[in-house]
Structures are given as C-alpha cells and as structure tokens.
Design a protein. Structure first.
Length: 314
C-alpha cells in the first residue's frame, strides 16, 4: 500500500518516465502492445471508484455546462484547428492529423490526470463519457468536410469498444461500491490513485510499440510531428481555459486539460489500413504531450489555483 501511495504522489514523474521507457525499450513496448484495451478498461474501473458519484449526477443536472464543454470539444475545436492549419499553410498529412485529433473525444484517462494535478475529476469524467458516446456522429462528417478524409469509423465497432472501456468498468465499479463501504473506499483512495498511475504507464508502453524504429528512419519528420503534437495539445488547452474562464477558474482549467488530451488510441483502433502512415504516426506522437502534461503543467495549475499538497483532498 505504501508503494502505491508513493506512486500516487509521484504520478507525474512516473508517467513522464514511462512514456520514454516505452520509446527506448522496444521489447517492453512490444510486450504490452496487445494489452492496451484491457489496461484502459482497468484504468476506467479505478477512476470510477475515485470520483464522487453524487457530484457526477449533479453535473448531469447542469446540462448547459456539460453541453457547452461537449460542443466546444467536438465542434468548435476542430473548426478552430482547421482555421489555424489553413492560416499557417499546414496541409498534407500533418495538417489532416492535427484537425482529426481535434475531432477526438476526451481521453479516457482524463479524470485520472485531472486528479493528479488537483483539478475536477467529476466534470472530467462526465465530459469524457459524453464525448466518447458522441464522437462517431461528429468526427466523420467533420473530417470529410474539412480535410476530405474518410475515417471509416464503424458505429457498432465503436460501441463494442465503449462497452469494454466504459460500460463494463461502470458495472464493476458499481458492484464494488455495493460490497465495500464508502469510508473504506476513501481510506484506500491514495492506493487506488497509485494503481491508476501504473495502469496509465502500462498503456503508454503499449502505444509506443514501433516508435523508436520510426524515429531512427525519419528523425526530422518525427521531431517536427512531435513539436506539432505539443503545440496542438497546449494550444487547445489554453484556448479552452480562456473560453470558459467566466465559469470559474477550476472549471476552465479542467476543461482545458480535456481539450488538450484527446483519445487518439480510439482512432488508431478504427482507422483503415489504407490511412497514411504519417497520420497514424502523429496520433502515436500525441501520446507524449498527453503523458507529460501532468508533469509539466502541475506546477502551473498549483500556482493558478493556489493549490498546495501532493494530491487533491476530498
């Protein structure tokens, strides 16, 4: 338990180290490549155990807030990304990948990352689930209309994935809550947070499979794509914070984290084999800002919110 509690306190550093371990130790990445989906399902289960269900239901009773964040992520951000790409002359695979990434749903790990940096895990969970449910209806027409690329998203296939990464963990977490008293869950909360950190690290190992070989084959393109991935992540984060600042600093910061960190693993799973390899490579590169954001942005959030301490308290 002490190890897991320590892991929770060192979550940002462990995530940062994990993504580079997956990159520079190819056998490790290859070993966990086929465990990405079950790892995400386990992560979602633990995340659901750590959120305040009453507060989640409270947010659902505020449909305008949830709707505004959802519309911003799934509709406004792709249009803004397209406008920026067109303005700077960013076309081809990188421009297409940037815009497609902006159409994605919030990352499944968003609630966990929010907790790591002291932000609102409940609103992050609600918006992550809602955007995941809606993305098959919003992403394909936007990608076709803006970039002329058919993502070939299968709605039945996407719903099957959702059943694994959202539905099944939800049922398991409800079952655990029925068997374990709430005070006990709160007492073991830091240990659960530590387990979440390690599951995200294992996920990072899997998505880095093959990345080192690509880096060695075309370092200039990979580094350029990596720079664009960071710019896209942090740019969407900052724009969202500014757009929602009037609703409260904490909410705006949580929304920014959601906007920057998108679920690229979903696209990697559903895009056709004929998709340009450089687009798929960009989606893998987007994992770097996602994994490093808790480490890089935690001091910024602490200063902006006046928050102190190793982990947020409930």
């Amino acid at each position: 338990m002490r190890f897991l509690e320590w892991s929770a306190r060192q979550g940002g550093a462990l995530l940062a180290a994990g993504i580079f371990a997956g990159l520079f130790i190819p056998p490790l990445a290859s070993l966990f490549r086929d465990f990405v989906t079950p790892t995400v399902a386990g992560l979602m289960t633990l995340v659901l155990l750590r959120v305040d269900l009453a507060q989640v239901l409270g947010y659902l009773r505020r449909p305008l807030l949830v709707g505004a964040l959802t519309a911003w992520l799934l509709l406004a951000m792709p249009l803004i990304a397209y406008g920026v790409a067109a303005a700077v002359g960013l076309d081809g695979p990188l421009g297409a990948a940037l815009v497609i990434s902006a159409t994605g749903c919030a990352a499944t790990s968003s609630p966990a990352f929010a907790r790591l940096v002291g932000l609102d895990g409940e609103i992050s969970l609600v918006v992550a689930i809602v955007t995941t449910l809606l993305v098959p209806f919003t992403a394909p027409p936007l990608a076709l209309g803006l970039m002329g690329i058919d993502l070939a998203i299968s709605l039945p296939g996407l719903m099957t994935r959702l059943a694994l990464v959202v539905g099944l963990p939800l049922l398991i977490s409800i079952g655990i809550r029925q068997m374990v008293a709430e005070p006990t869950l709160r007492r073991f909360g830091p240990s659960v947070d530590g387990a979440v950190v390690w599951l995200v690290v294992l996920y990072g190992f899997g998505v880095m499979d093959g990345m080192l070989a690509r880096l060695l084959a075309d370092p200039a393109w990979v580094l350029g794509g990596l720079g664009l991935a960071f710019a896209g992540n942090f740019g969407m984060n900052v724009l969202t914070v500014l757009a929602f600042l009037a609703m409260g600093r904490g909410l705006a910061l949580a929304g920014g984290l959601l906007a920057g960190n998108r679920n690229m693993a979903l696209y990697l799973a559903v895009l056709p084999a004929a998709t340009d390899d450089r687009i798929l490579l960009f989606f893998a590169l987007a994992q770097f800002p996602l994994f490093l954001s808790p480490f890089l942005l935690r001091p910024v959030y602490a200063r902006l919110r006046g928050w102190q301490g190793d982990m947020p308290r409930r």
